[in-house]
Write a protein that binds this ligand. Structure first.
Ligand code: UDP
Length: 322
C-alpha cells in the first residue's frame, strides 16, 4: 500500500513512517522542516520504499500529486507546541486550517482515506476526571493565544467530518494526548525532553506553576501502533478516537522521577506561569483520556512505561539514539 505522511519528518511523523515501512508499505512523506528535522528521517533515507519531499503542503500541485498516488494519508503537518502557538499565532491558525482544508479537498477527488491528527487540547478547560470523545468542549477566550491551537484543530475536525458526511471522504480523527519519546524536541516547550535535558546537564529542572497539574504520557511507539491499527478497522471510519494512556502523574512527581531515574543532581525549581509563557496563561489542571472507545475497535494496550520513555529520551539526547 502507498502511504503518504504529511509532517513525516516531525517527531511523531518520523516514527509513523518507520512503523509503516515495517509493515511493508511504500512510504511518502512531505515536510517543510518548520518544526520537523531532516535528522529525524536520516536513518530512513536509504530505504528503497521510503520517499521524501521537502516542501510545504500548501504547495497545491505537489500535494495533489502526492495524494493522487497514495492509498492512505496520515495528515500530521501542523503547527504544534504551546510555546510556538503563543509566539506565532498567525502561523498556527493558518497552517492548521489551510493545510487540512487542502488535504481534504484533494483527497475528496478520488475519495482517498485520510487520518486527521487532532489533539487533547480540544478538551480545553474541562474539569472531568477523564475526557471522552463525546464530551462537551470548553475553551477559553480568544484573546488568550493558547486557545487558538485547540480552536484551529476543532475547525479541522469539523471539516473532516463534513467531508465524510457530504463528500464521502473516509476519515478518522485521532486526538493525541501527550505523546513522548526519542526525537521530540524541548524547543517548543514540551515537558519531558526539557526535564530530561535539564537533568542530563544538571541544570535546574523547571516545574511551571505549583507542579500539581497532571498529565498522562504515551510513548510515541505506542501512539503510532494505535494509528496503524485503527485504519485497519472498517468500523473506525467517520469516528473520533482518543489515543493516550490512562495513568496520570503530576508534573512535580515527573520532575522527581526524571531526576531519580537519571541519577541527576539537578535542583527542582518552580517557575510562575506568567514567566514561563505569558501573562494570564491558563494551564490545564489535569488531562486524562478515556481510551475505552479505541479499545473497543483495536487491541490497544500501551507497551512502554514512563520509565521506558525517560530512558529512551535520555539515550536519544545523549546522542546514542537513532
Ligand atoms: N511544563 C513544566 N516545565 C517545563 C515545560 C512544561 O512544568 O519546562 C508543564 C506545562 O506547564 C504543563 C505540562 O508540563 O503543565 C505539560 O506541558 P507540555 O508543553 O509538554 O504539554 P501540554 O500538556 O501543555 O500540551
Amino acid at each position: 500500500m502507498k502511504v503518504l505522511i504529511t509532517g513525516g519528518a516531525g517527531f511523531i511523523g518520523s516514527h509513523l513512517a518507520e512503523a509503516c515501512l515495517n509493515q511493508s508499505n511504500e512510504v511518502y512523506i512531505i515536510d517543510d522542516l518548520s518544526t520537523g528535522s531532516i535528522r529525524n528521517i536520516e536513518h530512513l533515507k536509504s530505504q528503497k520504499h521510503f520517499h521524501y519531499v521537502i516542501d510545504s503542503i500548501l504547495n497545491r500541485p505537489l500535494t495533489a500529486e502526492l495524494i493522487d498516488a497514495a492509498d492512505l494519508i496520515f495528515h500530521l503537518a501542523a503547527a504544534v507546541g504551546v510555546r510556538l502557538i503563543i509566539e506565532s499565532p498567525v502561523r498556527t491558525i493558518e497552517t492548521n486550517i489551510k493545510g487540512t482544508e487542502l488535504v481534504l479537498d484533494l483527497a475528496s477527488k478520488k475519495k482517498k482515506r485520510v487520518v486527521i491528527t487532532s489533539t487533547s487540547e480540544v478538551y480545553g478547560k474541562s474539569s472531568n476526571e477523564m475526557f471522552s470523545e463525546n464530551d462537551d468542549l470548553i475553551l477559553g477566550p480568544t484573546h488568550k493565544a493558547r486557545w487558538s491551537y485547540a480552536a484551529s484543530k476543532l475547525v479541522d475536525e469539523f471539516l473532516a467530518l463534513a467531508y465524510y458526511r457530504e463528500k464521502q471522504v473516509p476519515v478518522i480523527i485521532v486526538r493525541l494526548f501527550n505523546t513522548v519519546g526519542p526525537r521530540q524536541t524541548g524547543r517548543y516547550g514540551m515537558v519531558i525532553p526539557r526535564f530530561v535535558g535539564q537533568a542530563i546537564t544538571e541544570e535546574p529542572i523547571t516545574v511551571y506553576g505549583d507542579g500539581q497539574q497532571t498529565r498522562t504520557f504515551l510513548h510515541v511507539k505506542d501512539a503510532v501502533s494505535a494509528m496503524t491499527e485503527i485504519v485497519k478497522n472498517q468500523e473506525a471510519w467517520g469516528e473520533i478516537f482518543n489515543i493516550g494512556v490512562d495513568n496520570d502523574i503530576s508534573v512535580l512527581s515527573l520532575a522527581e522521577m526524571v531526576k531519580e531515574n537519571l541519577n541527576s543532581n539537578s535542583e527542582i525549581v518552580f517557575i510562575p506561569y506568567e514567566q514561563a509563557y505569558e501573562e494570564g496563561f491558563e494551564d490545564m489542571r489535569r488531562r486524562k483520556p478515556d481510551i475505552s472507545k479505541i479499545q473497543k475497535h483495536i487491541s490497544f494496550y500501551p507497551q512502554f512505561s514512563l520509565q521506558d520513555v525517560i530512558a529512551d529520551v535520555a539515550e536519544d539526547q545523549r546522542g546514542a539514539g537513532f
